[in-house]
Design a protein around this ligand. Sequence first.
Ligand code: SME
Length: 162
Amino acid sequence: MTTAFDPDADLLRQADGLFAGERDPWANAANAAALLFERLPDLNWAGFYFLRGGELVVGPFQGRVACVRIAPGAGACGTAAARRATLVVPDVHAFPGHIACDPASNSEIVVPIEADGRLVGVLDLDSPSFSRFGGQDAALLEEFARRLAAACDWRLAGIDGF
Ligand code: SME
């Protein structure tokens, strides 16, 4: 009997393999962005904003150049950070305060990254398709964020969090 290939489980296994034995947040986030961008279809941006000095500052990513600093509460990223909850935006043009980085983006998902009870940043994915992200993506990316959070020593990167 063959077991059906589970792409989400496979992606998480690959992430575990990349993070194994490495505690540096920049190294792990860089490979995480590359892995997500390569493995998940229909994306035009995949990357991180990390909390530094009370602001979200862009971290490793794949895609077009992005805005550098986002205040907690601003845009999709800042809203997810302030709420400490995953935010799915089916149409970024209908989201009040959305910060447009790549005009090709039409939908977005932002997932908080928490380590030891502190918010250290967010994972942000953009798609050129409307309504690209749903509940299955949220569950996968939340698990991905948990594994990344546990794999890193956040003090090594000057990421303070709140
Ligand atoms: N759209 C985000 C900004 C980051 S870029 O999408 C890479 C926001 O509204 O916070």
